[in-house]
Design a binder for this molecule. Structure first.
Ligand code: C2O
Ligand code: CU
Ligand code: CU
Length: 505
């Protein structure tokens, strides 16, 4: 077993533009294979990184300042993780290593959004059926928030992200800067991911889901849970801190794993932001639940903790069981051992940003989250009871607001994400599964539950609980075009739990 808290937390590098095109910063990012030490006692691990770094370098951009990014693929022709060629988009005659970058949470025109079928191979030798152009542009018109970029290639997203293709993208704005939140070295992005390893340091990813002879090999698996937790690309790291307030921008970048984060000294997190930016006011939370792709922007006050070592723990229960504190129950360690370099003059203002509550809408849409069996007896998760390849069925009008009612008929939580937009959660309500199955009617079995306090901000990913109806309200815009929505459990997304949607004029 790997020893915990022996490697320092990597502080992710900021990427700089290589030039400017008519005053617009231009960045060049190359996806490369590299070997990286992920733990003191592991030999270097083969990973795929943006600019050869896992996780990729962090973008820091200013609101209203657009940027261009040229994403280039310089990866090998062969994948090092097990590809299931029965999965849509990963057929045998397709090139094995395909990539396309999506800025998660970005309000981006579709031609730069990274449509799963807009993939490209090494040196753009081959491109997917939806490929439009090489140079992406991010307008950055949205308020300050924490986004992330990651691979989105059809049928192999789970493998490409697992290989290392993910990084942070932070939008700053004047309003937020004025709040005087902890900044500079006291503002630390944390990307949490789980991984498993072979003895020799190679990444382990399962190639069969069960031993049924009928299933193809390799086969997509229903979910992936690693046995170690990495933060910013190190297994169970530690970081030395000063006794003061810190801001942590936390991203769950795992394939399938959910976290419920707590601090071992019992201190609360002061949550200031959600997926899509600041909350109206700070909220003290004893624990933070994060599904894959969800973010939490928090402040932790260590001012009275000098000399202490505090563990960031994971207490997320699966099937009634807490994770083992010796392994996946631990995330990283904060050591408050450095003396103050300067007085902490940051503040946590009572008012952060206005979050006007959406109530008006023009359209309602009811969408099922359900499951079928494939010809090998494996579960296929579906949205709207349709396969990816079926015609577009959700066609919102540009500028209109819709309420989406998500009916989760399955036994699991699905973190549902929509590209292009930000939305608000209205409520969740349990329904009678039997009546729904037999008559297709929704009969609720309990009250409508409003979202948790720390979910009452702008979101781009929402947890849809099993046996519940989750309602979200979504303004569609500002760009028309073809986008996708999907479950962010990557093993679900890759196996049919993703659908196109189109915003029309
Ligand atoms: Cu985080 Cu469609 O993506
Ligand atoms: Cu996205
Ligand atoms: Cu799912």
């Amino acid at each position: 077993m790997l020893k915990k808290f022996v490697d320092p937390l990597p502080i992710l590098k900021t990427i700089r533009p290589t030039s400017h095109i008519q005053n617009v910063p231009f960045y060049e990012v190359t996806m490369q294979e590299t070997f990286q030490k992920l733990h003191r006692d592991l030999p270097p691990t083969k990973v795929w990184g943006y600019n050869g770094q896992y996780p990729g370098p962090t973008f820091h951009v200013q609101r209203h300042q657009p940027i261009h990014v040229l994403w280039k693929n310089a990866l090998p022709e062969r994948h090092f993780l097990p590809i299931d060629t029965t999965v849509h988009g990963a057929k045998k005659n397709n090139p094995e290593v395909r990539t396309v970058v999506h800025l998660h949470g970005g309000v981006t025109p579709d031609t730069s959004d990274g449509y799963p079928e807009a993939w490209f191979t090494r040196n753009f030798r081959k491109v997917g059926p939806h490929f439009t152009h090489r140079l992406y542009t991010y307008p950055n018109h949205q308020p300050a928030t924490n986004l992330w970029y990651h691979d989105h290639a059809m049928g192999i997203t789970r493998l490409n992200i697992y290989a290392g293709l993910a990084g942070m993208y932070i939008i700053h704005d004047r309003e937020e800067t004025r709040l005087n939140l902890p900044c500079g070295p006291f503002d630390i992005p944390l990307i949490i991911q789980d991984r498993s390893f072979h003895e020799d340091g190679r990444l382990f990813y399962p190639s069969v889901q069960d031993k049924t002879a009928a299933a193809p090999r390799p086969s997509v698996v229903p979910e992936f849970l690693g046995d170690t937790i990495l933060v910013n690309g190190k297994v169970w790291p530690y970081v030395n801190l000063e006794p003061r307030r810190y801001r942590f921008r936390i991203l769950n970048g795992s394939n399938s794993r959910f976290y419920r984060l707590t601090l071992s000294n019992g201190a609360p997190f002061i949550q200031i932001g959600t997926d899509q930016g600041l909350l109206e006011s700070p909220i003290r939370v004893p624990s933070l639940i994060l599904a894959p792709a969800e973010r939490a922007d928090v402040i932790v006050d260590f001012s009275t903790c000098f000399g202490e070592s505090i563990v960031l723990q994971n207490e997320y229960e699966r099937k009634g069981e807490k994770p083992n504190p010796e392994t996946t129950g631990s995330v990283m360690q904060f050591r408050v051992v450095n003396s103050l370099t300067c007085r902490d003059e940051s503040s946590i203002p009572v008012h952060l940003a206005p979050v006007p509550k959406l109530t008006q809408y023009q359209q309602k849409r009811t969408l099922r989250l359900n499951m079928r069996k494939d010809s090998y007896g494996r579960n296929i998760h579906l949205l709207d009871d349709r396969l990816w390849s079926e015609p577009v069925s959700a066609i919102p009008k540009l500028g209109q607001t819709e309420i989406w009612t998500l009916i989760n008929e399955t036994q699991e939580i699905h973190p549902i994400h929509l590209h292009l937009v930000r939305f608000q959660i209205l409520d969740r309500q349990p329904f009678d599964r039997d009546v729904f199955e037999e008559e297709g009617r929704i009969v609720s079995t309990g009250p409508r539950v409003p979202p948790a306090l720390n979910e009452r901000g702008w979101k781009d990913t929402v947890r849809a609980n099993p046996g519940e109806v989750t309602r979200i309200i979504i303004p569609f815009g500002p760009y028309p075009g073809l986008f996708v929505w999907h479950c962010h459990i990557l093993e679900h997304e890759d196996y049919e739990m993703m659908r196109p949607y189109m915003v029309t004029r």
